[in-house]
Write a protein that binds this ligand. Structure first.
Ligand code: SF4
Length: 368
């Protein structure tokens, strides 16, 4: 394997560690070797930027200061605390993992790559981050930043998520991870990706690896990583029915199982083939026992990893007590909705509803 590497791997670690000593970031989860906050930060950082994560991380640790308090909380409270960070499956995995650590591992994080990867939501890179950062074990990591650094360092001419590309990146990550000081090494290579080897335009002039970098040598630094071929995603059409009485609106919590589980939304149904949005909205209103007198208020689009959603919004004016009771819903104001964990597409409906309420008069009561 090592003959594939066009430089001495030890030199990469030495250069990165020297650079990290001077230029590494001071982040709240770096003030500890406790695997609990390190794990929380790694999960939060999976799809979210450092700047956005910091306040959520601090608030989360205040609410759930250790793995036992997280395991003891109802999962709905964990999702509530996560509200705004997106990709809510991460919150459910955090909770499920905390429960497993408490029940199966007596509150201690397991100490091998295999054991960590058996926990919900912990893949190979996150397991490597926990082992290297918390326990200083020589476990490689391959998060988005590290992927980009290695792709350029080795001038990989394959998309980094292709199966062949992925295999090569892991082999290089393993070969470069030093036997010692992995606590610093892992953070150093992540920081290099976040601060210097940037996605759009790498700052090669500031890079400690510039003399080793194959992409730089070949003039490919700005072109790598190669983009994955675009997938054509199917479009799913849905209608949402926002039922209001005065300034209060009905929302329901999605079942904990399945996609977007535990998040709140306005009653929703899929628009069937051959149906118009109006017909689907009337069908939904009938199911809810509501008379649909309003018209469509607007439409939003939202992208998911495997489909695109076109969501059309209708509003019905209705006495809410009976509907809410029958639907297991909650009646809230638009202001309350800002802080409820609504799923992304329904969050996009809020400006439409605010405008609608402004036009109609927010205190109008359908009984009057
Ligand atoms: Fe990235 Fe440039 Fe450094 Fe290569 S030299 S690792 S492209 S910043």
């Amino acid at each position: 394997m090592l003959e594939e590497i066009p430089f001495n791997p030890v030199e990469v670690a030495e250069r990165l560690l020297a650079w990290y000593g001077k230029s590494g970031r001071d982040l709240p989860w770096r003030h500890t070797r406790d695997p609990y906050p390190i794990w929380i930060s790694e999960i939060m950082l999976q799809q979210t930027t450092v700047t956005a994560v910091i306040p959520y991380f601090e608030a989360f640790l205040r609410r759930f200061p250790d793995v036992r308090s997280l395991a003891a909380a109802p999962v709905e409270k964990v999702i509530e605390q996560w509200a705004g960070l997106g990709y809510y499956r991460r919150a459910k995995y955090l909770h499920a993992t905390a429960v497993e650590i408490v029940t199966r591992w007596n509150g201690q994080f397991p100490g091998t790559l295999e054991q960590l990867q058996e926990l919900p939501g912990i893949g190979r890179s996150t397991a490597g981050a926990i082992l290297s950062i918390a326990f200083d074990q020589p476990a490689p990591i391959l998060d988005g930043n590290v992927r980009r650094v290695l792709c350029r360092l080795f001038a990989l001419r394959l998309p980094t998520r292709s199966s062949q590309g992925e295999k090569m990146l892991w082999r290089w990550a393993e070969a470069l991870t030093p036997a010692e000081q992995t606590h610093d090494y892992s953070q150093a290579i992540m920081d290099l990706g976040a601060m210097v080897c940037l996605p759009g335009r790498p700052r090669c002039g500031e890079c400690p690896l510039v003399v080793l970098c194959q992409a730089k040598r070949l003039g490919l630094a700005d072109e790598l990583p190669l983009a994955a071929p675009k997938k054509t995603l199917p479009t799913v059409r849905q209608v949402a029915l926002a039922i209001r009485e005065g300034d209060r609106w009905l929302v329901r919590r999605r079942s904990l199982e399945g996609m977007l589980g535990g998040l709140w939304e306005f009653p929703t149904t899929e628009v069937l083939e051959q149906e118009t949005a109006e017909i689907a909205a009337r069908r939904l209103a009938t199911d809810l026992g509501v008379e649909l007198v309003g018209k469509r208020v607007g439409e939003v689009r939202h992208g998911y990893s495997h489909f695109r959603l076109e969501l059309t919004l209708f509003v019905a004016e209705q006495s809410l007590a009976r509907v809410a009771e029958g639907q297991g819903g909650q009646v809230v104001t638009l202001l309350d909705l800002e802080s409820l964990p609504l799923h992304g597409a329904h969050k996009k409906l809020l400006p439409l509803l605010t405008r609608y309420a402004g036009q109609q008069g927010s205190t109008r009561n359908p009984e009057q």
